[in-house]
Structures are given as C-alpha cells and as structure tokens.
Design a protein around this ligand. Structure first.
Ligand SMILES: [Zn+2]
Length: 441
C-alpha cells in the first residue's frame, strides 16, 4: 500500500507538465502538456494534426512520456487538468486516448479541451467532466479530488488536491497571488489555509530565482492605459499583440479600444479559439465589442479592403515574433502597410525559449525600418516569484516539497529558500527528473 509521485514530464525542464500520483493501486494524472518548441519543430506548417502520433511526440520530447507508467497505465482512474495553457493541456488530444479514464477540468479549461479536440477533429474517447474551480468530489472509494481556485494568466486555473488516507498531495502548477485580478476571483486563500495533513506539495517554481512578489494583473492594465493613452495616436494604425489565452488582458485591450474610440478587431485562429472558450464557459463574451476574423484569407481581405485602419485597434497573435503568426505574416505578405509613427504594442515579454529571441530580433528590425513607434514589455507575469513561494510554503507547511516547472537554476533556488530560510530538511525537498519515482508512504 503506497502513496507515490511519478513525474512524467516537466521535471527539471520547462514544459510538457505531467505527473502521476499513485494511491495504492490507483493513479491520478495531473496535467498533460506539450513542450511547445519541440512540438512546433514536429508540426511546423501542418494545419491537420491528426496524423501526428503520440509515439512521435514522446520520442521527440514534445509530450510527457506516459510509457514511464508501464503496467500502471491500466490503473489510471482520472486525468485532472489545472488550466488551459498548452504546456498543461496540449498533449491531451494525443495521449488521453491511451487511458480508460475521465478528464476532469474547470469550465473554461473544459472548453479549451473541446476546441483542441473535437473542433480540431481530434476526438477523444474520454469523457470530459466539468467541475467548478472551487469544489471537492469523490473519485473512487479511496480518493477524493479537490479543485482550489488560483489566480494565473488564464481563467479558471485551479490547484489539484488529491485526498487520500495517507494525507493529501497538492499540485499547484501554475499560480500567482493576485489581490486585484481584473477578471475572475482571487486565489482561494481561505481554503488553502484550511488544508491540513499535507503530505506533499508539487509546485510551480519558474520564478523561484526572482527576489520579488509578482504584481497584480491590475498593474498590467494600468501600464497599458498609462503608456498608450499618453501617446499621439490620431490617424495612426495601431496594432497590439498579447497571449491569445490571456482573457483578462484581452478584456483590458477592449477597454483600451473604447477609451481610444476605436473598434477592436481580433485577428487569428488562436485568439478566436480562446475567445470562443471564454464565451461558452460564460467567463466573458467579446462578441458585442469585438470584430473577430479567424482565418488567414479573411484577414488578408479585411486589411486590403479597409482604407482607413486608424478606426481600429488590431489585436493579433505573434508576440514572440513567430514567423507563422499573424503579426509577422501580415507584415511579410504586405497586407499590413505600416508607416512612420504607426504604433505596435507588445503586451507580453519575450520568453527565452526556442527561437523566440532570434525571431523577435528580426521582427523588431522590420518594424524599426518602417520607423514605427514600438512599446514592449507591457506585461505582468502569471507566475509567482520567491516571495509568493515563501507565503505559500508557510501557509501550507507540507511535509515534502517537489519544485517543478523550472530548470536546475529555478529548482535549486526554490530548494535554497525551503531549506536555508524555512527550516526544511534537504531530504524533504526533492528535485526530481522525469521517471524518478518518489514514495511518500
Ligand atoms: Zn500556465
């Protein structure tokens, strides 16, 4: 009889988050994400993903290695998903069919799963069961699952609590503490404080090396208004790019459009998918305020036909300079003719992974050669930092801690905090690799 943590992806690396928690002979899988840069290497240019195999993705390190479960594969009783970012949910369409288990998710995440599977013609045989972002439900005789609402950069993010007779395992990946979120509730701190008997905490440590507390999303909204409304925008073409899944930020952008007296237009499939998910999950309906154009040909036609783009605030994908995303493409293909003093806003930060920095440099050169005004880094992260980690550890006081969602630098910083400052024994703070099982009871 055992309680065990089995890392399948995202341990001592950043991406393809996935972990199995074994309670006696039953297994719960938390998250099933993609390693995005490796996934893009495989899928580059392919609209139809249905011919890509799980085997291929696993071999390339683009998806979690669920083969590490061996015979335990047959004992999976649930797949629970924390939130709708692709590094947490993106491998579901390829891997979930391997398991005879239901998928459990909060409403917005369930809609994202629907978009990634049925709408993309990648049907699942698993049922998707929706639960509120705060709630507890019995899974089997021995296991109860609980969702606790966390703030992050996408709606309906939860942490997953696996309750068992050995104590609970809490999986918090990703999170921040936002006291003034611009959309949705705050982190359910009261419930976190009530949780007792925590055997193990598995936690997002992406910014463990940053000696700060991550500011609220409200700050990002204020920055956006402050910087943009202080510019001379009259008669200029204005383009803004951000994370497609960041519904709160997209809503701030719509507010900005209203303040500027411009009609907001969302361009690109990925923004359309997430905006549709938000509408169907009753999180926010963009339709009354926004014109949405998802497909490539229609985007081209709209930009060519429209004589006066200064009526609009154009919202596009491509904040990491990705050559195939809308921003780079409409510039390269000549649909968007930017002139001196037109404005391009990056409500994002460059993520130092894959080719992002190189791609951004190229995009910046193109923009600068057109003498465009550029605003970058109008952004606040969705991940907590060292001081958030300290608060969380002190609140929960788990017996064991497993930092995840980080490279060696981040994981080590997290361990230093727990051991040197919070009195943890080094034997109780575990830096694990994929496949390295940890027995807790
Ligand atoms: Zn995330």
């Amino acid at each position: 009889m055992t309680l065990e943590v089995i890392p399948l992806g995202g341990f001592s690396e950043i991406g393809r988050n996935c972990v199995a928690i074994k309670v006696d002979d039953e297994v719960v899988i938390c998250d099933m994400g993609l390693m995005l840069d490796k996934y893009i290497e495989i899928t580059e240019g392919q609209e139809d993903k249905s011919n890509i195999s799980a085997k291929q993705l696993i071999r390339h390190g683009a998806a979690p290695d669920t083969n590490l479960l061996g015979e335990l594969r047959k004992h999976v009783v649930a797949i629970a998903i924390t939130h709708g970012h692709l590094d947490h949910v993106g491998a579901l369409p390829f891997l979930a069919n391997r398991f005879d288990a239901d998928i459990h998710a909060a409403p917005f995440t369930a809609q994202v799963i629907e978009q990634l599977t049925n709408r993309d013609r990648m049907p699942l045989r698993n049922r998707v069961i929706t639960h509120p972002s705060n709630g507890r439900f019995r899974l089997t005789r021995n296991i109860e699952l609980e969702f606790v609402h966390m703030t992050h950069s996408i709606p309906d993010t939860v942490c997953i609590v696996v309750h068992s007779k050995y104590g609970s395992v809490i999986y918090i990946n990703d999170f921040k503490f936002d006291r003034t979120p611009t959309l949705g509730p705050k982190t359910n701190i009261r419930r976190l404080q009530q949780l007792k008997g925590i055997k193990c905490l598995i936690i997002d440590s992406l910014y463990a090396h940053k000696t700060e507390k991550t500011p609220s999303e409200k700050i990002a909204e204020d920055m956006l208004f402050d910087e943009v409304l202080n510019m001379d925008t009259k008669g200029r073409t204005m383009v803004i790019t951000t994370f497609s899944s960041h519904i709160a930020r997209l809503r701030s952008i719509v507010k900005l459009g209203k303040k500027l007296g411009r009609k907001v237009v969302f361009l690109g499939r990925s923004i359309d998918k997430y905006a549709t998910s938000a509408e169907l999950a009753k999180i926010h309906n963009f339709k009354p305020d926004v014109k949405m154009i998802a497909y490539r040909e229609k985007i081209g036609r709209f930009l060519e036909k429209e004589k006066d783009l200064s009526k609009y605030l154009l919202v596009v994908t491509g904040h990491q300079g990705e050559p195939k995303a809308v921003l780079s493409r409409i510039i390269d293909e000549g649909y968007l003719k930017l002139k001196q003093d037109d404005i391009v806003i990056f409500s994002s930060k460059v993520i130092p992974a894959g080719d992002n920095e190189k791609n951004m440099e190229k995009l910046m050169q193109k923009l600068k050669s057109r003498k465009v005004r550029i605003l970058t880094d109008i952004h606040v992260s969705g991940h907590g930092a060292r001081e958030d980690h300290r608060d969380l550890l002190q609140m929960l006081r788990p017996e064991h801690v497993i930092p995840t969602h980080g490279g060696i630098r981040q994981l080590d910083s997290f361990k230093q905090l727990a051991v040197k400052e919070l009195g943890y024994s080094p034997k109780k703070v575990h830096i694990l690799y994929n496949g390295q099982r940890l027995r807790l009871a």
